[in-house]
Design a protein around this ligand. Structure first.
Ligand SMILES: C[S@@+](CC[C@H](N)C(=O)[O-])C[C@H]1O[C@@H](n2cnc3c(N)ncnc32)[C@H](O)[C@@H]1O
Length: 412
């Protein structure tokens, strides 16, 4: 494939033949229940958007959290980054803000590629079959890339999936390794769900990921939490960072937390009156306070706030959903926050007009983006479920930024 050729077709994405996508098997009856439910909700929504529903209960929110402040733009560091499995650009944006020059992005899903192109028209973005990492001869990138980053699809390892690991044909870790071996960059960052670090996949990680990479790279494996970087969400990711054994003399050190959401947990404990003196840890004053959902989104103070439960990816499951709900335990937290995690609106105005039955605040895609650490300057392309998929699949950009910054310090 010619590297100078840009493949991005602007028209709307209608379907996917991406092998990692798997709709769930449903019986006809189950499918009918979903169909009826979504028909009823669709017609209620249309009425509300026409002004025929109940009057809005809340003013349109003005978020307080600006994720750009969590990742101040760093000057160009002279390092060139190649992005694999780019999705809606969580890692790409983090590397960009940390001062890396973008080399190219490879992403099979056209909507996600459109998101990247819309935000950074000057970037070289490959999609469809040319964006399929399985088809690329990486040798032609040798000498043109300093760092490769990517999060291979997590479904093979995710607790939300069937955890078939390497037997899952969607496991594309071998493709990431093939790119590293073909290009031989100075360093790399691979990320995935926390479950990949569990005992179940220990042997796979050791034999199939670490062993081939450790021949030429010092590899550091570590886990990070999004709220440690000011992102108001429970979200933990596993990182593999490698630096070339021969060319890089400094040792990579994972980033230190900049924020903590401990104060929210302490407050909740206090309210539950289960707090003992031992729970009153001395706060490290250099660590900033991570906002809760209500504060981050600029909602009124109801005496309770928390970081968001993990936002689910909208691209897997029984149907294309506009819900970000990941579990029944999560529903309790959303409920206490008086935030409704289903039927996410396409805009703040739409969400405001479509009043929820229980009166709780309806989220918009823009709010979900903030809860994942995307600034309002980053737009997403596609239908609501597709945008939620891009958001829910991404590395929170402020977390990606700190990893990128730490890697740059090691390489320069
Ligand atoms: C976990 S997401 C990556 C998210 C991204 N790292 C971010 O931070 O936003 C994995 C992405 O891999 C893409 N993908 C799956 N198979 C692919 C393939 N064969 N070639 C290129 N991209 C692929 C999916 O469409 C999905 O967007």
């Amino acid at each position: 494939m010619s590297k100078s050729k840009q493949t991005l077709i602007g028209h709307y994405f209608e379907g996917t033949n991406a092998t990692w996508y798997e709709g769930w098997e449903l019986s006809d009856e189950e499918r009918e229940v979903f169909r009826q439910r979504s028909k009823a909700s669709h017609s209620a929504k249309l009425k509300a958007l026409n002004g025929e529903g109940p009057q809005p209960l809340h003013p349109i929110n003005v978020p307080k959290l600006n994720p750009e402040e969590l990742m101040p733009q760093l000057p160009n560091n002279g390092l060139r980054a190649l992005s694999l499995f780019s999705g809606g650009g969580g890692l790409d944006l983090g590397f960009d803000r940390a001062g890396f020059t973008h080399s190219a992005s490879f992403e099979i899903l056209r909507d996600a590629a459109c998101t990247l192109k819309m935000n950074r028209p000057e970037w070289r973005i490959y999609t469809d079959e040319e964006g399929n990492v399985r088809n690329v001869d990486w040798h032609s990138f040798r000498g043109e890339v300093d760092v490769i980053h990517g999060g291979p699809p997590c479904q093979p390892f995710s607790m939300a999936g069937r955890q078939k690991g390497e037997e899952d044909e969607r496991n594309l870790f071998p493709e990431f390794i093939r790119a590293v071996q073909g290009i031989k960059p100075l360093g790399f960052v691979a990320e995935n769900v926390k479950a990949l670090g569990s005992r179940k996949f220990q042997e796979y990680v050791q034999n199939e990921i670490l062993e081939p990479l450790q021949k030429d790279y010092n590899v550091t494996v570590f886990q990070l939490s999004a709220d440690s970087f000011g992102v108001p969400q429970q979200r933990q990711r596993l990182f593999f960072v490698g630096t070339d054994k021969k060319r890089v003399k400094k040792q990579f050190l994972p980033p230190d937390p900049t924020h903590s959401s401990e104060h929210l947990r302490l407050k909740q404990k206090q309210e539950n009156q289960q707090m003992s003196l031992f729970d009153l840890e001395v706060q490290n004053e250099s660590i900033l306070r991570c906002m809760g959902v209500r504060e981050a989104l600029g909602l009124s103070d109801i005496g309770f706030d928390a970081i968001a439960p993990t936002l689910r990816s909208g691209l897997t499951g029984p149907r294309h959903t506009t819900s970000i709900l990941s579990s029944t335990a999560a529903l309790k937290i959303w409920d206490k926050m008086q935030v409704w995690p289903n039927g996410v609106g396409a805009s703040r105005e739409n969400a405001n007009k479509f009043v929820t039955k229980n009166g709780h605040f309806r989220l918009s895609v823009q709010d979900c983006a903030i809860l994942q650490g995307f600034p309002s300057t980053w737009s997403f392309h596609g239908a609501v479920y597709m945008i939620l998929g891009q958001i829910g699949n991404s590395v929170a950009p402020p977390m990606a930024y700190r990893v990128a910054e730490a890697l740059a310090k090691t390489l320069i």
